[in-house]
Design a protein around this ligand. Structure first.
Ligand code: NAD
Ligand code: ZN
Ligand code: ZN
Length: 377
């Protein structure tokens, strides 16, 4: 949905949450805890230890508008307070596509993918015992794409979504918070950057400390979904939308006003990232309403707003990126557990790992009706 006057918050625990209670028929592994120490079978590379033991595949972005390549890597090694995850699946998100199309600059080459679920297989050496207890080897976890450091001034106040280290290191440099990547190619040991945890790979490392149909859960009575594709709108109905509007066939703002008796909605969420839908979003809210922007745009794009309406009608325009990993993700998992939203229904396309490139291509061509997921395990 490009924008939907509903509350759609993605969210996330420092960025991991254990899925133990959600797991259906899953068993905890009885494997003993590994320390992450690489011992004699490791080799040093620029101060970084790489295991000579194992290899994995990862989907690499090298330059704009080129297909992803599946390449072989050393299995990454977690450092202190980091977790190595065997990736089970990774969501296919437009944010990856923004990077692959060169719309949002990011260090390259990099492994894309930032919406992961998987199993904890190892902790970094000297990891805090509380982290190990919370995420034992064998536990099933989801990772939030904003991986909070847990200690910066924002994280200390619970604003994980503004984590300084995440933006200074991961988003700016493609690394984790010691300024280094955990990904090195098998054939020449050269480093490859990480978009978040670099989740489109068989294993990924994340610091231990890391949207759609939840409007009903928050008590919204009318949920108006706006899109330009009828198949996506029909799907939105099955996910809880009470009204659907095709913005290509009718004036979305006018239609929303009509549905709401001329008032506009309490909360409108823009999830596309274009100047036109940005403005439509601000025009869809009622006086005193909130326009929440989650769609990312080509770097440097500017959104406009009617200044007098903003001022006189007390319109609130709010940006929202990721979520507060330690506060929000546990709540989302609880909502899923309670059956308030149906995760199975939210996934419309599944791909094999070899077809990760095709998944992103389908997303680009509007062929994925709700969420696409690449199954890696
Ligand atoms: N803020 C965040 O935390 C966050 C998280 C995830 C994704 N994003 C961003 O959100 C945006 C959407 O990501 P996605 O993965 O859902 O992408 P998507 O491609 O799956 O969804 C975009 C939707 O917009 C629809 N659309 C296109 N033109 C439209 C128009 N003029 N009016 C109405 N609808 C229109 C498309 O049909 C499609 O359904 C991207 O910019 C992505 O980077 C932000
Ligand atoms: Zn995403
Ligand atoms: Zn932080």
């Amino acid at each position: 949905m490009a924008f939907a006057p509903i509350l759609r918050r993605a969210s996330a625990a420092k960025n991991l949450i254990s899925l133990a209670r959600l797991a259906v028929g899953s068993s905890f592994s009885s494997r003993s805890l590994q320390t992450g120490a690489t011992g004699d079978d490791s080799q040093s590379m620029g101060g970084y230890h790489v295991s000579s033991g194992g290899f994995m595949r990862g989907a690499v972005y090298r330059e704009p508008n080129q297909p992803l390549t599946i390449e072989e890597f050393h299995i990454p090694r977690p450092k202190v307070n980091e977790i190595l995850i065997k990736t089970k699946a990774c969501g296919v998100c437009h944010s990856d596509l923004h990077v692959m199309k060169g719309e949002i600059p990011f260090s390259s080459p990099c492994v894309i993918g930032h919406e992961i679920t998987g199993e904890v297989v190892e902790h970094g050496p000297l990891t805090d015992h509380k982290i190990i207890k919370r995420f034992p080897v064998g536990s099933r976890v989801v990772g939030a794409f904003i991986m909070p450091c847990g200690t910066c001034s924002y994280c200390a106040k619970g604003h994980d979504d503004l984590c300084e280290d995440f933006f200074a290191y991961n988003r700016a440099k493609g690394t984790l918070y010691d300024g280094e990547t955990r990904l090195f190619l098998r054939h020449d040991d050269s480093p490859v950057y990480m978009y978040s945890m670099g989740g489109m790979a068989e294993y990924c490392v994340t610091p231990a400390h890391g949207c759609l149909q939840i409007a009903r859960a928050f008590g919204a009575s009318d949920i108006i979904a706006v899109d330009v594709q009828d198949d996506k709108l029909q799907k939105a109905k099955t996910l809880g939308a009470t009204h659907i509007v095709n913005g290509a066939k009718e004036d979305a703002v006018e239609r929303i006003r009509e549905i709401t008796g001329g008032m506009g909605v309490d909360v409108a969420v823009e999830a596309l990232g274009r100047p036109q839908t940005f403005m439509q979003c601000t025009l869809s809210v009622k006086d005193g309403g909130k326009a929440v922007m989650i769609g990312l745009s080509k770097a440097g794009s500017v959104g406009e707003i009617d200044i007098n309406r903003l001022v006189r009608r007390k319109i609130k325009v709010i940006g929202s990126y990721g979520g507060r990993a330690r506060q929000d993700l546990p709540k989302v998992v609880k909502l899923a557990e309670s059956g308030i939203f149906n995760l199975t229904n939210a996934v419309s396309s599944k791909y094999k790992f070899e077809d990760a490139g095709k998944a992103l291509q389908d997303l680009n061509e509007g062929k994925i009706v709700s969420r696409g997921v690449v199954e890696i395990l």
